[in-house]
Design a protein around this ligand. Sequence first.
Ligand SMILES: [Fe+2]
Length: 380
Amino acid sequence: MKRCISILSLLLAFVASSSFANPIAFGPYVQNMTDDQATVCWTTYKTSVDISSEKGTETKRLYDQHEITFSRLEADTEYHYDVLKDGTDFGKGSFRTFKEGIAPFKFVVYGDTRSDHNIHRKIVELSEKEDPRLVINSGDLVSSGTNIHDWEKFFEINREFMKTRPYYPVLGNHEKNADYYFDFFSLPGNERYYEFYVGDVLFLMLDSEGSRFTMPEYAQNTDKFWGNYWTPYFIKQKEWVQEMLTRHRDAGYIFVFFHSPIISIKETRVEDAKIRRKFWGDIFEKNNVSAVISGHDHHYHRYEADGVPMITSGGGGAGLYDGDPKFAPGESILYKKVNHFITVDVGLKEATLKAIDVEGNEIETFSIPRRKTDYKPSAK
Ligand SMILES: [Fe+2]
């Protein structure tokens, strides 16, 4: 009997593993890059179950998540990896570590990739041609963070792009604080808000969402719910932001990212954004932040708040929104209702930001100067 069970187990194991030609579901993909370290993640199929009714059959899958960190690497060096070593190309990828010290590099930004997969795919293809060293998503990566099928599509679209460069997201309201987000991404710190560096460039990746999406008032009408940011969670986050800005006051550039903008020109969100602006106060201005980039409003909008350059970049795939610059008089600079992404060429004297639409046409280009290295936060 024991022998029969063993054979049966072997047969079952064979059926389960042979049902996936490629054992890798998502990835491999790169996370947490520095000039001497990188993490490679990948997700394998554990098993799948079909559930059928008269309306059809749906397949549910279970996954195992893996990650491995390579340390003591050489700076600006190309490394090849193979997480499967099974003779196929499924587990293969490569990355180049960041350069050591201060050096020019390029990154791309886009967000709200969630619902139109064709637009998302086009944005990824155009971004890939720019050959950025890293990718930032300004939130709402998927339509529903709790729906595994949305993540399956996300990783399918990004399969090649994420093999070769780190992908840094911020939490959007559509991520819904789901475990999948934290399982799939390997991010610094608490993963909800975190910092990373490239040379002397500081990236602050913040959480503008908290847990408000779980509140009944929010679920009933997301556009009419005006959040309360004076909660222990957001106050603690703001204290951490100030601590980072003080510690890195000599940074050459400081780029801040969070999903929901502090100025909205979408009529139903104007008041909600004002609350966020009041909460953050003058923290970006007094610490001489280079630029703040958000998403959430599905269009391109460049504006300036208290002298700080800001962009709402939510044109990565979700349905486009109307905006009206009259809601930000004297602050709105350019609004375009268009799917797009942004390239940022970080140079030794200035960073050049270029907004590009989904057809590859330039929307606008502008520059931000390198911060003065002797910068002191103002006392006000
Ligand atoms: Fe959003």
